[in-house]
Design a binder for this molecule. Sequence first.
Ligand code: 2RA
Length: 320
Amino acid sequence: MIEVLHARQFPLTELVLLASERSAGKSMATAYGEKQVEAFSVERAQSCDFVLMAVSGSFSTEFSPQITGNGKTVVIDNSSAFRYHEDVPLVVPEINESAMDGKLLIANPNCTTAIAAMALWPLHQHFKLKKIIVSTYQAASGAGAQGMTELEEGTRQALEGKVFPNEVFAHPLPFNVIPHIDSFQSNGYTKEEMKVVWETQKIFGDKSLACSCTAVRIPTKRAHSEAITIETEKEVSPEAAMEVLSTAPGVQVVDNPAEKSYPMPLTATKKYDVEVGRIRRSLVFQPCGLDLFVSGDQLLRGAALNAVLIAEAKLLKMPR
Ligand code: 2RA
């Protein structure tokens, strides 16, 4: 988030780093130079205009409302603590920026949802989506730095014929795919899969939108990909979809199969835009359906970039 703030030249006057007592006093190299970490307190957080939370759900549940309690500090929460609260907006600025008008606590969506939403929203506006079926291909770093280490070290060890114990993932990830991300729910879906359903409906403001997801962890390092099938209310062709997507903010159409050009994690990594391609007529939903493939950097669009875009949008509406 600090890197994105700096890269986008967010007009900050002071960067304050708040963490637990354990980290307080430590020095941290940032894009803004060397910074000392301070111990978190509600009062210190309230001295800032924006608080970007990268904390656990329980920490956010306790402290986010306390911070915004001063009636002026904006809290952008990356946890899932408030995503499904009626009165807390869940925001992708290119889609539902106005949902955060007058609000100080704003929830940042799950990465998988945010990436899909970038491609789906322009199509929803033009062709009205009826059904969405998503299958994900999620990178190891979606499970944090430890997930990445487990993949890298596990791959090294596996190539030497050794066994590296899996702790972050339910099974060894190297040379494998695991259809299990987050905990299983009573309906047989995982929480990661239900996040895509709940959050897409909330961001699009349409609880009737039928959506289903299978979330799968794959042995890539960064950027999540998703195969998406849609049924639309209005007739849609790949050409019409491509035209709509080619002018959509935050989207890059990468779709020239003859040139082996399509979305991939390696090309989507560190990119702000979500890559969309392999756009073709659905063989199931005709003439009102498409199949497409997206790849997006889950650390950027799915987290840091979206959080900073929320802050930028809020800043523009602040009284001077
Ligand atoms: C994952 N989507 O990839 C999650 C992170 N929020 O594990």
